[in-house]
Design a protein around this ligand. Structure first.
Ligand code: MG
Length: 294
């Protein structure tokens, strides 16, 4: 069994930067954003490599140990980006990465390195599933800064972990029990440094196609200044399906109410029927700079 999802994504260079160093991976099995660093022709190379290699992971719900596959892929990516930087003479090139993958059962594997984030909207409550690997993230956790202060801090772009920077990487990987109705958001800091958390929650809760929700979130960041590249991927859990693509006939469970703790392992809601299988963006689509959108 694997969860059935709908997704939408959007990426934009913003209103200040002259190119987009973010890259987006929109399904069908892995969803991610990568926020490249190192300047023109470096950051965007690193972020594009990251989403391309993650896309190659494919159907992780068929893997025995998907967490090990993701960690291994990120370690190889780290080496590849470092070799590429030496070859191209683009020292300092690197990228954050954050995302999620559908794995066996009603579960999602969440991973990150750096300050891109994965959120979960469940029962109207927005939960940040990832911890920022960043200077201001450390300061917030130490009680030295508020979230609002972190968004305006002059060193808000300094990450403490990233792909391509150090000889070794330590990604954070967690398993989340998904429920029907859950809505995941993967975003680069160009979104959440511009748009307050409450507005992100409101926009993510808006009924309608997930692709529209992704565009609305991106537009909110542009409206508030768009000072950085902005990337969002929205993944809504619509149901479950058998791993072979057939529908699962399972007794319906009542919706679980109350605030969710993603790690609590509560029983997922399983629906018996749904109108379609996978939908959303074109399968396997890996988008990087999209300067065409004004
Ligand atoms: Mg950024």
């Amino acid at each position: 069994m694997v969860i059935d999802v709908r997704w939408g994504s959007a990426t934009h260079q913003g209103r200040v930067r002259d190119h987009n160093e973010d890259a987006v991976l929109a399904g069908p099995d892995v969803f991610a954003v990568a926020d490249g660093m190192g300047g023109h022709a470096a950051g965007e190379v690193a972020s594009a490599l990251a989403v391309a290699r993650l896309a190659e992971l494919g159907r992780l719900h068929e893997a025995d140990d998907p967490a090990a596959l993701v960690v291994g892929a990120l370690e190889r990516l780290n080496d590849e980006i470092r070799r590429r930087a030496v070859r191209d003479g683009t020292g300092g090139m690197g990228t954050t990465v954050a995302g999620l993958a559908r794995v066996d059962g009603p579960r999602v594997l969440v991973f990150n390195l750096g300050d891109s984030r994965v959120y979960l909207l469940r029962d109207g409550q927005l939960h940040q599933l990832t911890e920022d690997h960043s200077l201001v993230g450390d300061m917030v956790r130490a009680g030295e800064l508020t979230e609002a202060e972190a968004r305006r801090h002059p060193h808000r772009n300094v990450v403490t972990r990233a792909l391509g920077v150090e000889p070794t990487v330590e990604a954070t990987v967690t398993l989340v029990e998904a429920r029907v109705g859950d809505c995941f958001l993967v975003a680069s800091d160009g979104l959440f440094n511009e748009v307050p958390t409450a507005q992100i929650s409101d926009l993510l809760s808006t009924p309608g196609p997930v692709e529209r929700r992704a565009r609305t979130l991106l537009d909110a960041a542009l409206f508030r200044g768009g000072r950085d590249n902005i990337s969002v991927v929205v993944v809504a859990v619509a149901g479950t399906q058998a791993s072979d693509g057939l529908e699962v006939d399972t007794s319906p469970s009542p919706a679980v109410a109350g605030p969710a703790r993603p790690e609590d392992g509560g029983s997922p809601v399983i629906r018996t029927a749904w109108g379609s299988t996978l939908g959303g963006s074109a399968p396997g689509e890996a988008r990087s700079p999209d300067p065409s959108r004004a």
